[in-house]
Design a protein around this ligand. Structure first.
Ligand SMILES: [Zn+2]
Length: 321
């Protein structure tokens, strides 16, 4: 009975927290980035991760670039795994920057009060990686190695469109949907659509390394244009646009969401969907995404993964010289 309760509690907490840009996406992004690191950055990343419990053993055996890619992929989901633990206390909001439909650059400082958002943390941590400084947050002090793991992770989150947008539904966490193996919009973009990408044209599973290589090849011509953008706030605004075009867009176009659209900014707690976003929470039947999303949606997801990987590489090449 206690075990059943514990499992039930786990699922309740998982649903409430919203599954972040899933572990698969973070690992694929890390692998794409590893492919574009300078020799100097490769050496610095390997040195920083050498003592890491997960990455260290992968690097200890040698193995060159493939081992480094595997090590970076291994640590990419770490920032999610420490949520709710003492080590992750006060980092929950560092994974996103909720911007409403009509929000732009002028609203970012308001939406990121006290630097409690993904772009502000990326600015601080990349500066620290360059100088070798630690980051103090409450009772935790994060080493350069831990900040590297945060940066690898947060560059992924920054490119998950629903980590930079909300339609008064906690970034799609309160919006119930059908299709792609998930039951709300946020999880569909975190995980469901990534799992679609992990199937080849014949419907067979490919590995994360294979997907990383395929995306890197598909979007290679966009590397230079993509990495011209170096400002984290601008990247967030770009993700926000993708969210309202590709994630919410088909629903907004058809007017199938309850209430008046587009909505102004509303700060909805993901654990309070029932009281703070009741029209989404009570939506019945849920939105059928299989009727709204298509191959262009998957291309948008793939491009976000590639952009995140390319920009992560350039960030690390710049700060780990
Ligand atoms: Zn995250």
């Amino acid at each position: 009975m206690r075990k059943v309760l514990k499992i039930g509690l786990f699922f309740l907490l998982a649903v409430q927290a919203g599954f972040p840009w899933g572990a698969e996406a973070h690992r694929v992004i890390a692998r794409i980035a590893a492919n574009h690191l300078s020799p100097q950055a490769q050496a610095r990343v390997a040195a920083l991760l050498a003592t890491d419990a997960q990455a260290g053993p992968l690097l200890a055996a040698g193995g060159g670039a493939p081992a480094l890619a595997a090590a970076m992929a291994e640590v990419a989901p770490w920032a999610d795994t420490i949520k709710g633990t003492k080590l992750g206390a006060g980092t929950e909001n560092w994974h996103f920057l909720d911007l409403a439909y009509a929000d732009g650059a002028a609203q970012i400082s308001q939406r990121c009060a006290n630097n409690d958002c993904v772009t502000a943390q990326l600015r601080m941590m990349t500066a620290n990686l360059q100088s070798g400084a630690s980051l103090v947050n409450g009772s935790n002090t994060y080493s350069p190695e831990e900040q590297l793991k945060f940066v690898i992770h947060f560059m992924g989150d920054l490119h998950q469109p629903l980590h930079c947008a909300t339609n008064a539904d906690a970034g799609g966490n309160c919006l119930y949907t059908r299709g792609f193996g998930e039951d709300e919009l946020h999880a569909t973009w975190d995980t469901g659509l990534i799992e679609q990408l992990l199937k080849n044209a014949q419907g067979q599973e490919m590995s994360e390394a294979e997907l990383a290589s395929a995306l890197d090849a598909q979007f290679a011509s966009q590397f230079a244009g993509t990495t011209n953008l170096t400002d984290f706030d601008q990247m967030a605004l770009e993700s926000h646009d993708v969210a309202f075009q590709a994630a919410y867009g088909p629903m907004l176009a058809k007017g199938i969401l309850p209430g008046v659209e587009p909505r102004p900014y509303v700060d909805v707690d993901v654990s309070q969907c029932a009281s703070e976003a009741p029209d989404f929470y009570n939506l019945n039947p849920p939105v059928d995404l299989t009727a709204l999303y298509n191959s262009a949606t998957l291309d948008a997801v793939g491009l976000q993964l590639a952009k995140a990987g390319y920009r992560l590489a350039v960030v690390l090449n710049n700060v780990l010289q």
